[in-house]
Design a protein around this ligand. Structure first.
Ligand SMILES: [Zn+2]
Length: 152
């Protein structure tokens, strides 16, 4: 049994020692709703095995995260009839990382979401949370997304 560091909030979630609205789980990866969504359905995908970020993640975990991102991305698109999807993954403090367990943000995107800069270029997309969702609301959203998960 690998040693699990419960001081890491994402390790605790992966071990089901901390609450999260889980929408997808595989042997090596987990996806759950961000509690401060930038758009409805904003999801985090993590490897279950702790790694700090892209500088130390192993290929097996990376592959599991990509698979989960494909499965969850399609489910998000289907659930919200999204026009697109943005994936953001930050490394170290200078790169914008705040929780030091590898995670990819998946945010369903809409032409109407107002997050795109006027020239249609997404480099200045602002990732600050747009709305606060209640626990009940997140639970309902997770249920809707789970109904669209097709693991293939
Ligand atoms: Zn961790």
């Amino acid at each position: 049994m690998e040693k699990v560091d419960y001081n890491c909030i994402f390790c605790a979630i992966a071990a089901k020692r901390a609450p999260a609205d889980i929408i997808y789980e595989s042997e090596d990866a987990l996806a759950f709703l961000d509690i401060n969504p930038v758009t409805q359905g904003h999801t985090l995908v993590i490897p279950k095995k702790h790694s700090r970020n892209v500088f130390d993640i192993d290929d097996e975990s990376g592959k599991a995260v990509m698979h989960a991102s494909r499965v969850v991305g399609r489910a998000l698109r289907a659930t919200f009839n999204a026009d697109g999807l943005t994936i953001l993954q930050s490394n170290e403090r200078a790169g914008g990382q705040a929780v030091f367990h590898y995670h990819a943000h998946l945010a369903p995107r809409f032409f109407s979401d107002g997050l795109m800069s006027r020239d249609g270029n997404d480099r200045r997309m602002d990732w600050r949370a747009r709305k606060n969702s209640s626990r009940d609301e997140l639970k309902q959203i997770a249920e809707k997304i789970r109904a669209h998960i097709k693991d293939e």
